[in-house]
Design a protein around this ligand. Structure first.
Ligand SMILES: C[S@@+](CC[C@H](N)C(=O)[O-])C[C@H]1O[C@@H](n2cnc3c(N)ncnc32)[C@H](O)[C@@H]1O
Length: 346
């Protein structure tokens, strides 16, 4: 297996405090820069779990729950290999792959998130996670990886502004800084395709991609659940130019966080060069997959009731439990499931 530190040194001249630096950076975080700074101070004196518990308890599960790793089981782990986690953030899947014995390159544009992952890897004795701050649209890895992970990241590729999630989702959107004139950017699909081509290039001959993303045709979105990337109704599935008008009206910006249906996503991946593409329906969402079944008639017939901790009200119970059972179990309407997971080979 390639010695990763040597390989990374050949690409990045600069490595400061165990993070390889490309000089390209950005910001996407649930915390503001000020909060991230405070959090990193706390991390100096507490272990990661206690720091998260005391500073941002609502993210404890998001960061540490092993349930988040469920989709990794779709990959073939027979051989210990190299994994690139694109947009690794706090690193839940990087840690999952490292614990399964692989060498991991965790790449993200947000330095604060990588810093957290550095603390966590050290604490857990995972010296097989290598941290890289780079823009994954610009990355130049070639034929190196056995695995590539793109979990909740493809939709953000066309978005160049700095993002603090809550502010970005709030209607004002005034504080999330626009870094680029949107008119000068390429079309979202073009940018996503170019990125997927890079992911494809980074894989070796037998390499596998694991990709997870919301399904634009999720029945919840059709019924008015807001698009999680812009917090507006119906934008996921309306013709893009209409979503753009809606977004410009309410958010004063373009609609760029494109997500796809199963078919559209498979076409995109084929265009990027992927060959064998297996797709799965994921419930209730890919962040915490409770049920993952193949996207086929046979697959969806394995649909069963699963745990969903987000169901609180009777209305949610009705829609997301009984309506979904009717839709999936009896109508087998798998194309309307909440999220898509793909395992694709080079
Ligand atoms: C929704 S989070 C996904 C986190 C992670 N994959 C997970 O499953 O927990 C998106 C992450 O992608 C990163 N990201 C988005 N666009 C990026 C880009 N162009 N280059 C590098 N990282 C990027 C953000 O910084 C953020 O950490």
């Amino acid at each position: 297996m390639t010695d990763l530190r040597t390989y990374l040194k050949s690409i990045y001249d600069n490595c400061v405090e165990d993070i390889f630096l490309s000089g390209r950076s950005g910001y996407w975080s649930n915390l503001s820069q000020v909060h991230n700074k405070e959090f990193l101070e706390i991390l100096k004196n507490k272990d990661c779990k206690s720091a998260v518990k005391s500073f941002m308890p609502k993210f404890e599960e998001m960061i540490f729950s092993s349930k988040r790793e469920a989709a990794l089981e779709l990959l073939d782990h027979n051989k210990k290999g190299i994994c690139i986690d694109y947009g690794a953030m706090w690193g839940v899947l990087s840690v999952g792959m490292a614990k399964r014995g692989h060498e991991v390159i965790a790449v993200d544009k947000t330095h604060d998130s990588l810093n957290f992952l550095k603390f966590r890897s050290k604490e857990e004795g995972l010296d097989n996670i290598h941290l890289v701050q780079d823009d994954i649209r610009e990355i130049e890895f070639k034929n190196i990886a056995d695995y590539a992970i793109v979990n909740g990241v493809l939709e953000w590729i066309p978005e160049k502004s700095e993002i603090i999630v809550d502010e970005y989702l709030s209607n004002s959107n005034s504080k999330s800084k626009k870094s680029t004139d949107e008119n000068k950017l390429k079309k979202p699909r073009e940018m996503q395709l170019a990125f997927l081509k890079k992911v494809h290039e980074s894989l070796n001959k037998e390499g596998q991609l694991l990709l997870a993303i919301e399904n634009k045709l999720f029945y919840g979105y059709l019924m008015g659940k807001p698009d999680p990337h812009v917090n507006l109704r119906f934008t996921t599935f309306l013709p893009r130019f209409i979503s753009n008008i809606i977004c410009r009206f309410f958010k004063k910006k373009d609609y760029r966080t494109h997500i796809y249906s199963f078919n559209e996503l498979k076409i995109l991946l084929k265009e990027a060069g992927f060959t064998q593409i297996d797709d799965y329906c994921c419930f209730p969402m890919y962040h915490f997959p409770s049920l993952v079944v193949p996207n086929s008639r046979e697959g969806i017939s394995k649909y069963e009731i699963y745990e969903n901790k987000d169901i609180i009200t009777w209305k949610q119970n009705f829609i997301f439990k009984y309506f979904e059972i009717f839709l999936m179990k009896y109508l087998k309407a798998r194309n309307f499931c909440p999220a898509i997971i793909i395992v694709a080979k080079k």
